[in-house]
Design a protein around this ligand. Structure first.
Ligand SMILES: C[S@@+](CC[C@H](N)C(=O)[O-])C[C@H]1O[C@@H](n2cnc3c(N)ncnc32)[C@H](O)[C@@H]1O
Length: 247
């Protein structure tokens, strides 16, 4: 992959691109090609233009930098009404909140035919904090735990690999013979580690036979916040998908 050299665009150029985006008669991909800038950059300039539009008409319009305040409870209320105002179909299944490094989290043995998962990407340590509300819905604490104790250790690839292997071992013992596993794994740019080796070694020592590994691309294929906020594009880590069978 080639890395695009950092360019200093003039304000006039940014305004031209942002206005074209506001106009809306061309797709983001078309504009990106026309102006040779990343689509995320166009989205960001468009937001900047819209946020600062009031300034054109005099002071007091705001500088566009402050986000509008949001009433969090009304957002939750709106969602609750949307989710609970109709009856959901009854399905066999259950969500369990637990630490998958502990075998008790997996209940009965010989239960599952499939494990479809994505373990914490190496170096990403904020899942618990980021997801506290979601966890609260299934019985988690009502306060945010900023500690790292409840997460797989990211101290070193070896330590991480050992803890992940214990998760795979627990998963294997909850599975039937011939059960299969699909996992997507990746890392973060600041911690350059052999992502593939970590997941493959952990699966092997956790009682799974790896069948196939695919390159799964990078997060740039989706919406990547880092590309909108940073001044240079960072190169995300290549992710991989692994298929395995219980050994
Ligand atoms: C890459 S994300 C996968 C998210 C998943 N695909 C989803 O949509 O919810 C990794 C997940 O592993 C969870 N996790 C981290 N440590 C864990 C542990 N010890 N036991 C169970 N889950 C854990 C994180 O909270 C996070 O939700």
């Amino acid at each position: 992959m080639t890395r695009r050299a950092r360019r200093n665009h003039t304000p006039a150029f940014k305004a031209k691109v942002a206005l074209a985006a506001v106009k809306g008669d061309r797709t983001l991909a078309q504009l990106a090609e026309q102006f040779d800038v990343h689509p995320n950059q166009i989205t960001s300039w468009k937001a900047q233009l819209e946020g600062g539009a009031a300034d054109v008409f005099g002071p007091g319009g705001g500088n566009g930098a402050a986000p509008p305040s949001v009433d969090v409870l009304s957002v939750i209320r709106r969602r609750a009404v949307r989710y609970y105002s109709h009856r959901w179909p009854r399905v066999a299944g259950r969500a369990t909140l637990g630490d998958s490094r502990n075998s008790e989290a997996f209940e009965s043995p010989n239960l599952f035919n499939w494990v479809i998962t994505s373990p914490p990407y190496y170096g990403m340590r904020t899942y618990v904090q980021d997801q506290w509300l979601r966890a609260w819905f299934v019985g988690g604490p009502s306060n945010v735990d900023y500690g790292y104790g409840v997460q797989v250790s990211h101290e070193s690839p070896e330590q991480y690999m050992r803890e992940l292997a214990s998760v795979w071992r627990n998963a294997a013992s909850a599975c039937r013979d011939g059960a299969r596993l699909v996992a997507r794994f990746g890392g973060i740019r600041d911690r350059q580690v052999p992502v593939r080796d970590i997941i493959l070694d952990s699966l092997k020592s956790g009682g799974w036979r790896v069948r196939t590994v695919f390159a799964a691309g990078t997060a740039s294929a989706g919406k990547r916040q880092a590309d909108s906020f940073l001044r240079t594009y960072s190169r995300p880590v290549e992710e991989c998908d692994v298929w395995a069978e219980v050994a």
